[in-house]
Design a protein around this ligand. Structure first.
Ligand SMILES: CC(C)(COP(=O)(O)OP(=O)(O)OC[C@H]1O[C@@H](n2cnc3c(N)ncnc32)[C@H](O)[C@@H]1OP(=O)(O)O)[C@@H](O)C(=O)NCCC(=O)NCCS
Length: 322
């Protein structure tokens, strides 16, 4: 009997570069006050958002994903033909067939990669990063791109002030390659499917509803263990973490997690939600790109990330920043 052969494993995988796309149009809280019964004070105190970006008609999922992916590719220094896996994470795809991963890969000039879409809600980027990191380690791909892209304004009911002030649009991407020294820790992931209706687009509807308080309680009580698990799987402790970049769902949730983990002034905490709103699967790469660009985070820093959202799903890992 001929044995099936496996490719040799890489010792680890690491992020080689980030890229991002922020839609042109900034929407301030004062602009929202003109069209719905809300206030800057309510939004800032309940969710911590000062402004967000809303995509224009021409800023499609494909356009935004291609722009972010192209920047990540340029930052990585790799040529398109060195990529052989493209994972596109999104929760706001309006047309299920075909998926847009292959089209985005084609637009990036990547010849015939494995390419698909992944919907794990706001945890999509971390789920995808876990998959591509393991694919690279196992020899199934040399290099990969993960792109989180959302047009949540397409699935938001603008008459529902409790979601309309929160959700926004954008794209963030990371190129991942093999590394002798692992730069992506094992993923800690899971789901609570009994709460599937907490964030949903119900059958027959085209817009999302959210049980805000249920999600808030879940995020602030159930996910601390996952953050600890991600660190323990990577063999690090909170004292080793330079940058904490959880999903930018709500500033109060970011602050609560920061406190529960005991992070002090030495740890840089991502608060991109203030300028970007909640961009679901795009929020973590957008936040990390912004921190690297501003110099608040530096190459070589150890970051802890955690995505969580519709499903309900959650996933987190420790990363070495490129
Ligand atoms: C959505 C969220 C901000 C709502 O805050 P909350 O304190 O739970 O508010 P409630 O839903 O209890 O509503 C309180 C009041 O504020 C009102 N309200 C809701 N949205 C409002 C808005 N944008 N402006 C002004 N008032 C608003 C409600 O109508 C309600 O009024 P009432 O008391 O007269 O009925 C909060 O629950 C939350 O952040 N949840 C987590 C959501 C999240 O992170 N989701 C992303 C996961 S990916």
């Amino acid at each position: 009997m001929t044995a099936i052969q496996l490719r040799s494993e890489a010792p680890g995988a690491r992020i080689l570069g980030f890229g991002e796309y922020r839609p042109r149009r900034r929407v301030t809280n004062d602009e929202l006050v003109q069209v719905m019964d809300t206030s800057d004070e309510w939004i800032q105190s309940r969710v911590g958002i000062a402004e967000r970006r809303w995509a224009g008609e021409d800023e499609t999922l494909v356009e935004m994903a291609t722009a972010a992916g192209g920047k990540a590719l340029a930052a990585s220094g790799l040529a398109p033909d060195e990529i052989d896996l493209v994972v596109l994470a999104s929760a706001s795809l309006r047309e299920p067939i075909p998926g847009i991963g292959p089209q985005v890969a084609h637009r990036l000039g990547i010849p015939r990669p494995g390419a698909f879409d992944l919907n794990a809600g706001c945890a999509g980027f971390c789920y995808s990063l876990g998959l591509v990191s393991d694919a690279i380690r196992a020899g199934s791909a040399r290099n990969a791109i993960v792109i989180g892209v959302e047009r949540l304004t397409d699935v938001t009911d603008m008459a529902d002030r409790s979601t309309a002030v929160i959700f926004a649009d954008g794209a963030g991407a990371a190129v991942v390659g093999a590394a002798d020294e692992p730069g992506i820790g094992p993923v800690a992931w899971g789901s609570d499917g009994d709460q599937h209706s907490a964030i949903e687009i119900a059958a027959g509807s085209s817009t999302m509803t959210m049980a805000g308080q249920t999600v808030y309680r879940w995020a602030t009580t159930k996910l601390t263990d996952t953050l600890h698990e991600a660190m323990s799987r990577a063999g690090v402790t909170a004292a080793d973490i330079d940058v904490f970049a959880p999903h930018q769902a709500n500033l109060r949730i970011v602050e609560s997690m920061t406190k529960r983990l005991g992070f002090g002034a030495d740890t840089v905490v991502a608060r991109d939600i203030v300028q970007s709103g909640n961009t679901s699967a795009a929020s973590i790469p957008l936040a990390l790109s912004a921190l690297l660009e501003s110099g608040e985070a530096r190459s070589g820093d150890l970051a802890l990330i955690l995505g969580y959202g519709a499903g309900l799903t959650f996933a987190g890992q420790v990363l070495r920043l490129p």
